[in-house]
Design a protein around this ligand. Sequence first.
Ligand code: OXD
Ligand code: MN
Length: 589
Amino acid sequence: MLTNNQNVLNWVDEMVNLCKPDKVVWIDGSETQLKLLKEEAIKTKEMIELSQEKLPGCLLHRTQPNDVARVEDRTFICSKSKDDAGPTNNWCDPKEMYEKLTPLFDGVMKGRTMYIIPYSMGPIGSPMAKVGVEITDSIYVVLNMNIMTRMGKSAFENLDENSNDFVRGLHSKANVDPDNRYIVQFPEDNTIWSINSAYGGNVLLGKKCFALRIASYQGKNEGWMAEHMLILGIENPKGEVKYVAAAFPSACGKTNLAMLIPPEIYKDQGYKVWTVGDDIAWIKPGEDGRLYAINPENGFFGVAPGTSAKSNFNALESTKKNTIFTNVAHDLENNTVWWEGLNDSPPENAMDWTGKPWNGKKSEVKGAHPNSRFTAPAKNCPCISPEFDNPQGVPLSAIIFGGRRAKTAPLVYQAFDWEHGVFVGATMASETTAAATGEVGVVRRDPMAMLPFCGYHMGDYFKHWLDMGKKISDKAPKIFNVNWFRTDENGKFIWPGFGDNMRVLAWILDRCDGKACAVKTEIGYEPRPEDINTQGLDLDSDIIKDLLSVDRDLWKKEADEIEKFFAQFGNRLPEEMKSQLKNLKDRLS
Ligand code: OXD
Ligand code: MN
């Protein structure tokens, strides 16, 4: 036992009695214990040890083919009242859900070992950090939690002896039965139960389940915000660093923006970019009235396919040691890993992600699953921010929303004020890509990129954003919207993206400093074409004009779509959102 906290000990006893494991192991986080667990996982073939010369400390894991992604249709928010979960979440009465899941957990760990993992989301000792305890029967979970969180005995330093303020996470892979797979949040009980999955997003309970779903609910009650945002610092030639947080739906390049390498013309002047986080931000007003953000995580759980030295050098470097790869191809000749988009030379003597022999030069099927992942320690990242462990977090100058829109949204615009910015976030949308199943180019609304992650009613969530703005008033970060994905008449992307997004960030920061020009349009403040630095880019000014243009007819249709989307929130939609929509319509007419 690693704690005297009676609330933790009582709950662990209860879970032991329920799951009936053969053995109980408390995870202290020591090197010795982790080494033994790795060895055991390698021996039982749960994990494959990769070349210790080429990829020191790295392991490969394969999940069942039926268990490769988050399962939103089996994810529940079990608040007492259905209304509190809202129209965008699956809901079930908590009592009913406990009654349904208890038999599934009853005796599920017979013949297995139960691991009890204390962890901290946020730096140990940070006033913004929170403690979780995850109980699991999976070594894969223990080893991943070691990368993704501050795991082990020290996590309990953040929990007073009598405190009940910890998140109770119970996970069992059970039989990995998709028909009985449940990822359940009980926000009012600080509890998460996850069963019949062994895939990261469903089982690393500190991440989406705690740091977003439970934490968003805690934040609403406690006066802070848990957001699906990257955090990045931009250092100017004078050595001053300004921080921005950005929310994009999946497949819009959050990790790439978080680890951006500036173009030569910026690098030469001395600009640098520092990564604080690539997925989640916890944001709270500081003593000076500004908003401060921490990354509650300690690693990156990134999508492997498409990650290359060219697309994201810093992410790839992060995976070179002490990394766990899940569902990528196994290069047998080198005992290393490979995925689509890594380079142009797939291995010929390999196993695909399902463990079948695979010849990358000849095979028609993919070597890596499209949602294959790397779990890499944040400390491996060459551009990790020196403020990564700062317990106070970093002050935010700007908040950026964005999505993938072929035509509607311009390259960048600034919201008129905080309230309008909340409207811009609440109406965020992205077009589906060929990478996902279903129709291509369909607009999916995903407010603040939180649709799958908000642990309560989305209407109340908008209200919480508005309330936060009132608290910080004139110290509020400026809010922007970006779109890297505008296409021309042939469907080709117009904006080069990647490192060149720095040019847009530069305008954003200059706006925050009151230095850059902008014109007022129907949808917000926009740069003039000459306000975006295109030096060294082969883009003529007509193209920039095009990237910044606002098509009124499209926006009128957009406003109608927003109205339909808002209707589902009924009387929980804040009045401010209704008046913002009306104002937009008025400006367009
Ligand atoms: C993630 C996601 O894995 O948003 O970060 O799905
Ligand atoms: Mn995410």
